[in-house]
Design a protein around this ligand. Structure first.
Ligand code: HAM
Length: 416
């Protein structure tokens, strides 16, 4: 038996990275007073396959299936649509209030697997629903950046663009199409197809000949209304005030069709990272909440890819280790002292000490060797003499000094 293509196992020797990262994310969200939500991994097909959502991700990459009663289902390819479905269904949107939620979980996309791209992958994301306001756009971008930055990941930049409103995009799309149709034969196969289905996506084609053609293409910026331009400037001003490194990227359109106005990606320029260098991305959506049956309110959000955060951190030598206060091994000298050693182990465990105990019947010397090998700070040693005198021996494994400590004073000794 083998794992499914595009999936991976988190093994015991690396699981600490995941736990560290998830804890970091929950801490950051708490700091920003964003509330956790958890929605199902599968939803009815229509939640993701909406009329207006014609992105490649939704049309070609979703895992769709029928359940045993013949209902059409989809494994979530992203978090946003399911979270909005839940917010609307549970009537959580109240006028004049911003609803702030975040989520963390697995998503499924039938993509070609490569480094940083999987068929099952984890995202954490935030959605702010309820108002359109440049401060909120800037706040969302800052939270996304801060999560990455506070992990210690360097060499990241926020790429920003403004897609305008629906009308602007339609006008621009027509202009782009008129420009590209006479050059259709020179476009890559993918771009030829997109010319019909989604011309804007041609802008972020990775094929250099497509990019050469686009040099003279009309630019989206020139189609933006004055209001949109002013809004974009306000967002940028706030980012500058808070020293968020950004670059305007007029070709950034993003892969999902629900965006309008401000969109962004956090990209890593780290050596060895490979082509999948977007650590996360997001943007504003004006129509999604209404499309999913909710009131006519705007939202903005982002999602970060957890695998990519781990890859980026590893490439930069970030260890994801917690600072443990004490590493203690409780060792028993003989079989008769094992029970008492176990009691001490349980007591320290309850005190929150990072402690191990040998459940097998290894000889004392082997237990000690093991503690030294794993670079524990202390060994608490217990044998018949210690049980008789209600004491333990505490050996400092770094200095190799040893002291007799009364059983009741173990915690005081370790805290000292
Ligand atoms: P997205 O750009 O499709 O946006 O995904 C966000 C991030 O998820 C990517 O930047 C990447 O780090 C990670 N990711 C995506 N696909 C894969 C994959 N196949 N393997 C590994 N990592 C992957 C969204 O999903 C939007 N829902 C974000 C959003 C929230 N927009 C508004 N609110």
């Amino acid at each position: 038996m083998q794992k499914v293509k595009g999936t991976y196992d988190v093994l015991p020797n690396e699981s600490h990275k995941w736990l560290f990262l998830e804890k970091h994310i929950h801490m950051m969200m708490k700091k920003h007073q964003v509330d956790y939500v958890r929605t199902p991994v599968f939803e009815y097909f229509d939640v993701f396959h909406r009329q207006t959502e014609a992105s490649d991700m939704v049309t070609k990459e979703t895992y769709d299936f029928e359940d045993r009663s013949g209902r059409k289902m989809t494994l979530r390819p992203e978090g946003t649509a399911g979270v909005i479905r839940s917010i609307v269904e549970n009537k959580l949107i109240t006028p004049n209030q911003i609803l702030k939620t975040y989520y963390l979980g697995a998503n499924y996309r039938y993509e070609r697997p490569q480094k940083g791209r999987y068929r099952e992958f984890y995202q954490t994301g935030v959605e702010f629903i309820g108002e359109k306001n440049a401060l909120l756009d800037a706040e969302i971008i800052q939270i996304a950046y801060e999560i990455v930055h506070t992990l210690g990941i360097q060499e990241v930049v926020v790429k920003l663009n403004h897609l305008g409103n629906t009308d602007t995009r339609l006008k621009y799309q027509n202009a782009l199409k008129s420009f590209l149709v006479p050059l259709k034969d020179q476009l890559s196969e993918d771009s030829k197809m997109r010319l019909e289905s989604n011309p804007l996506r041609i802008l972020d084609s990775k094929v250099s000949s497509d990019q050469a053609i686009l040099i003279n293409a009309p630019v989206l910026k020139e189609f933006l209304t004055d209001t949109d331009q002013a809004y974009f400037k306000s967002v940028i001003k706030i980012l500058e005030q808070y020293h968020i490194p950004y670059e305007i990227d007029e070709k950034l359109v993003r892969g999902l069709d629900y965006y309008s106005h401000v969109v962004f990606e956090i990209q890593a320029n780290i050596d060895g990272f490979g082509s999948q260098n977007a650590l996360g991305g997001g943007g504003r959506y004006d129509d999604l909440v209404a499309e999913l049956g909710g009131p006519n309110v705007s939202g903005i959000g982002f999602a970060l890819g957890l695998e990519r955060l781990i890859i980026a951190a590893e490439l930069q030598g970030i260890s994801f280790e917690e600072d443990e206060l004490h590493h203690v091994a409780v060792l028993h000298m003989d079989h008769e002292s094992k029970n008492q050693a176990y009691h001490i182990y349980k007591k320290l465990l309850n005190e929150g000490i990072h402690v191990t105990f040998d459940f097998s019947n290894k000889a004392f010397k082997t237990q000690l060797k093991h503690a030294l090998f794993h670079q524990y700070a202390y060994a608490i040693i217990i044998g018949k003499d210690e049980i008789d005198t209600n004491t333990v021996q505490i050996k400092n494994l770094v200095t190799q000094t040893q002291e007799v400590v009364s059983m009741k004073d173990i915690m005081t000794y370790l805290n000292k």
